[in-house]
Design a protein around this ligand. Structure first.
Ligand code: ATP
Length: 269
């Protein structure tokens, strides 16, 4: 591992505490793994962050991978100490902060697919993985920024493709750190309502027919997504009228009859 230009990133920051402890790496297995490693050997301050130009083993939810080619994306993780607050909601906190950072830096209008996919043009441009223990939580974020993408990723897009112009990674990252700091503090002081409201306003999920799948692809239930609960669970009204609470931990969501893409109009505006 060797350092990339720390100043290029740190000088963009406007936060009070988020990412003020910052490690910039050219190559790492995963930025979250790096924070976990630090936690084993030292006291790591609230908001500590890692960014890397490339991840060799980027991870998504449910044991899946996150492809992280060199210099094509933003790969970053942040350390938080949310105590016994519901960490399921942190995924939604991160999705709201990330979509606002994209809005602020590019003018694009991302939409959110439950629980935490950020979509542009109906395609996925970011991955969020929240890992937690009894006393810490790490938010890992990957954003496709540059033009190119591994061709196998048919449901994916990038910010530069959607914008038709390059996107400045350090500024995007600094916006993200800023919105994360704001939303994290707001969540601690005002509870889950404001962040859930911000999530609903960007939702490409609520009101649509969805299929909830087991990690192996088996269908678990179908119905209409009607809302998110205080803990970030999706509320799905099944065909017999019962409303089921679906926790993000072990499932994926598809739009019934449409697969990954949300109904048009909710792709992004
Ligand atoms: P899904 O996106 O299928 O609903 P998920 O939310 O569980 O599932 P994530 O953890 O967000 O998935 O991301 C992992 C998935 O994203 C992988 O299974 C892979 O299909 C896809 N993926 C991997 N790398 C990228 C990338 N750079 N851009 C877009 N998608 C990717």
């Amino acid at each position: 591992m060797w350092a990339m230009d720390y100043d290029e990133w740190a000088l963009e920051l406007t936060t009070r505490w988020m990412a003020r402890d910052l490690e910039c790496l050219s190559r790492v297995s995963s930025t979250s793994q790096r924070l976990r490693q630090r936690l084993q050997t030292e006291n790591v301050p609230l908001g500590a962050a890692v960014i890397a130009d490339e991840q060799t083993a980027g991870r998504g939810r449910l044991g899946r991978g996150w492809q992280s080619p060199a210099k094509m994306g933003l790969y970053t993780s942040f350390l938080l100490y949310p105590g016994d607050r519901l960490s399921g909601l942190l995924s939604l906190v991160a999705a709201v902060a990330l979509s606002q950072a994209i809005e602020a830096e590019t003018g694009l209008a991302p939409k959110l697919k439950w629980p935490n996919d950020v979509l542009l043009g109906g395609k996925k441009c970011t991955g969020i993985l929240v890992e937690s223990s009894s006393n810490w939580a790490i938010i890992g974020i990957g954003v496709n920024v540059g033009e190119s993408l591994p061709p196998a990723l048919t449901n994916a897009t990038t910010l530069s493709r959607q914008l038709g112009a390059p996107v400045h990674r350090p500024r995007l990252w600094a916006q993200l750190a800023g919105f994360l700091e704001q939303w994290y503090e707001r969540w601690l002081t005002d509870g889950s309502r404001p962040v859930l409201q911000a999530w609903r306003e960007r939702s490409a999920t609520i009101g649509h027919s969805v299929e909830i799948l087991h990690p192996d692809g088996r269908p678990l239930l179908t119905g209409r997504a009607v809302d998110v609960g205080d803990d970030g669970a999706l509320l799905v009204e099944c065909n017999n009228g019962t409303v089921r609470r679906v926790l993000a931990g072990e499932v994926s969501l598809r739009f019934e009859g449409r697969g990954y893409a949300p109904p048009s109009g909710d792709a992004s505006s």
